[in-house]
Design a protein around this ligand. Structure first.
Ligand SMILES: C[S@@+](CC[C@H](N)C(=O)[O-])C[C@H]1O[C@@H](n2cnc3c(N)ncnc32)[C@H](O)[C@@H]1O
Length: 719
């Protein structure tokens, strides 16, 4: 079916998206000379002029040429600008691309403009079907890939000049590097799903989604820095065969490697060639331009290892534990060979050559680099290079086997995490912030005030329901049981369980808010003198181990308040799985959830008449000002509570009343009037959705109790 031609003079949304992507590479080329754009510095690289032409050729060969009776802009370009598509016939060998002085740069730019014109006309008619639409989107992503290749190849070219020329006055990048936190995150592993499984675009090599077994593992929160690398060099890293894979050691000797690509030993210090010319090596910046062999040797030297690509992807999908600079700084080497996923099928037709035929002898890199265009990154993205290659914007992050340690995190570490998380969230579009940062001492106090508001039914209803079911459910706890509460806050509902189960031996409240936790633990210890109270400060999404030898009985998880609704669906499954692993095979779990109901009731609960919820929401900004030295004008943001029916969730936002710029830890964040920070989701559930969630995480629902309206529910889960 062909859509009827559009008559509007306005470009369609597709055409506008197309032109936005297409203008990026000419913009990168604008300040460069025709000579800069014609030279080729090594066989792996291509001249800038070739990238400008090839990305246009791709649209012509893959899309326009499929149209019946299509006449090419210049038939000779088919062979000149074909990269590696055997099905499309003869082409110029890659090492020879720098010899093409004709067509001139002006002619290539004219070719680009003509392809853009023809593509806009094609889009105006509307892509005929789903496959054409896929090819169109593939073309856009292909163009974006080449925008990064353009910069990689340009840097290599500039590095070959004794003049150390600066290609640009400032590095072309979308956002600043995230500050380091110096920590590690632990992940329980288990049977996890990796790969692309949603409807949005992905390259064929990212799917299908499939299950992978992960042993517990740990991942560094930060990328390895130049300072770290200097330590490796100083310790003889490049001279110690025992650190290297055999092929890596051969490369060290054959290539004479003593440092990352582009580094130069200046006697007392090192410099590095960059897109802004030769610069002193910045010790705090993530190291770049290292081969897989170097990354692997460094990891061994550091007593760690590289992550597998499944570990990397799983860690990044667990949103709250997102490693720092996962995206937007350097592609990160993994220990995974680039191979097809189970069930992999290449895209049909000519584009089948895009990825699949390269699946031998290369290694996977994950994340994205500072040069990756905005909108081109994906958690499932699989970049790949040969293990000796160094000219891409590639670095590393260390991994290790699970470190068994309690959840406790230092306050200093928490502030750094808050800074990193907030800056990362506000750099996204739309802007987001994790709800876990609501709960400083004032946030926890405000939340308790919310629970007493007439409009806020969940606490009242859940407490009443708990009083009804706790005596019956507590019978199953058995002797010497341990109650482990996640996000315990003021531990008020806990008392209902403790009263119903006088035989409980120990109570382990876990909360990210140290102030709320300490005060609540003291109150509970005073009120229940026979109970061992052992609080853990920290993030319940980063579960380590429970305090050793705490009690011999069954472990009972307790997660009331529908806090599970604050988690993304995948995160909720991962959390419940990790909780099951933490609590053990005999465990029980009491889960409190809010149920789907009339939007008016929900909205009133999240936008009360006294403005307490608004103050709770805005307290995030107050906290950022106090702890991070940010300069939010808190009066410039309005509290918004919105029911999102598609996602079955209440959303809280902070909406900027006017355009403004805010500084956080030296970095500027710009808001336009009406732009929001999405601060919280509170997903609402049905009995069915709770049963599916529990099953996906390996729990069985032994009982499900529902309160009177406005209704909430409690589920008793059994491991
Ligand atoms: C909505 S309140 C619920 C408090 C209490 N459980 C109740 O039902 O009233 C959420 C609590 O979870 C804590 N919290 C939120 N995210 C957390 C995280 N990722 N790790 C640990 N605690 C968290 C907050 O500090 C807060 O005390």
């Amino acid at each position: 079916m062909t859509a009827s031609p559009r008559t509007s003079a306005q470009p369609t949304e597709d055409a506008a998206a197309f032109l936005r992507v297409r203008e990026a590479m000419p913009a990168l080329a604008a300040c460069l000379s025709a000579e800069d754009l014609a030279a080729q510095s090594m066989p792996d690289c291509s001249p800038g002029k070739w990238h400008l032409a090839h990305t246009s050729w791709f649209f012509e060969a893959m899309i326009l040429a499929r149209e019946p009776g299509y006449l090419p802009v210049d038939p000779r370009f088919q062979a000149l600008f074909n990269s590696y598509y055997e099905a499309l016939g003869h082409r110029v060998d890659r090492p020879e691309r720098g010899l093409m002085t004709r067509p001139s740069l002006d002619e290539v730019l004219a070719y680009r403009r003509e392809i853009d014109r023809r593509m806009v006309a094609w889009l105006d008619d509307g892509p005929a079907g789903a496959f054409e639409r896929y090819l169109f989107t593939l073309g856009l992503h292909h163009d974006q890939q080449h925008q990064e290749l353009f910069l990689m190849d340009l840097l290599h070219l500039m590095s070959r000049s004794p003049l150390d020329p600066a290609a640009y006055t400032a590095e072309p990048r979308a956002r600043p590097v995230e500050p380091s936190t110096g920590g590690w995150s632990r992940f329980g592993g288990g049977l996890v799903t990796v790969g692309h499984d949603v409807a949005d675009f992905a390259f064929d090599n990212e799917g299908p989604a499939h299950r992978v077994w992960l042993e517990p593992y740990a991942l560094a929160d930060d990328l390895v820095t130049n300072g770290d690398w200097l330590g490796f060099i100083a310790d003889g890293g490049y001279a110690r065969a025992e650190l290297w894979l055999a092929d890596g050691w051969s490369a060290v000797k054959a290539e004479g490697w003593t440092a990352p690509l582009y580094w130069r030993d200046e006697g007392s210090d090192w410099t590095v060639m960059t897109l802004t010319g030769r610069q002193p090596v910045d010790r705090d910046a993530p190291v770049r331009h290292i081969s897989f062999y170097e990354a692997d040797a460094f990891a061994r030297w550091a007593g760690n290892r590289l992550p597998t690509e499944a570990e990397w992807e799983h860690a990044v999908k667990c949103r709250s534990a997102t490693p720092g600079n996962a995206f937007g700084e350097v592609w990160q080497w993994t220990s995974s060979a680039y191979a097809p996923y189970p069930g992999f099928r290449p895209t049909e037709g000519t584009a089948s050559e895009y990825n699949g035929k390269f699946m031998a002898n290369q290694m996977v890199l994950r994340g994205s680099s500072f040069a990756t265009p905005v909108g081109h990154q994906r958690v499932s993205y699989r970049n790949f290079f040969y293990p000796h290659q160094r000219w891409a914007f590639m670095g590393l992050r260390l991994a290790g086997d699970a470190i068994s340690a309690p959840v406790r995190a230092s306050q200093e570490g928490e502030t750094a995490r808050f800074r990193r998380d907030l800056i990362a969230g506000l750099s996204r579009s739309p802007k987001t912030a994790s709800p876990k940062w609501f709960y400083d001492a004032e946030g926890s106090r405000l939340f308790e005030e919310i629970t007493r508001l007439p409009e806020y039914y969940p606490t009242r209803q859940e407490a009443a329901l708990l009083r009804r079911v706790a005596p019956e459910w507590a019978v199953q706890f058995g002797a010497e049981a341990v109650l482990v509460e996640f996000g315990s806050g003021a531990s008020e509902k806990t008392r209902i369980v403790l009263d119903a189960a006088p035989d409980l031996a120990a109570y382990v409240p876990i909360d990210i808010s140290a102030d709320a936790l300490d005060a609540a633990a003291r109150r509970i210890a005073d009120a229940y003198p026979g109970l061992t109270v052992s609080p853990l400060v920290g993030d319940f999404l980063l579960l380590g181990a429970l305090p050793a030898g705490i009690a011999r009985g069954r472990h009972v998880g307790f997660f009331p308040g529908s806090t599970i609704g604050n988690l993304e669906p995948a995160e909720a499954v991962a959390f419940l799985k990790a909780a099951r692993a933490l609590l053990g095979d005999e465990s029980l779990f009491i889960l409190g959830v809010d149920l789907i109901k009339e939007p008016e009731v929900l909205i009133a609960a999240y936008d009360d008449s006294q403005g307490v919820t608004a103050a709770f929401n805005r307290n995030l900004l107050v906290r950022a000002n106090r702890e991070l030295g940010a300069d939010f004008d808190t009066d410039a943001f309005t509290h918004r509570a919105v029911w999102n029916a598609d996602q079955s969730r209440m959303e809280m936002h902070l909406e900027a009343k006017r355009a403004l710029s805010v500084r956080i830890a030296g970095q500027a964040v710009v808001f336009h009037a009406g732009e929001t920070i999405h601060t919280e989701n509170s997903r609402k559930f049905s009995e069915d959705s709770i049963r599916s969630l529990a099953a996906a995480a390996g729990w069985r629902v032994a009982a499900f109790a529902r309160s009177e309206a406005p209704s909430v529910a409690l589920a008793l889960l059994v491991a």
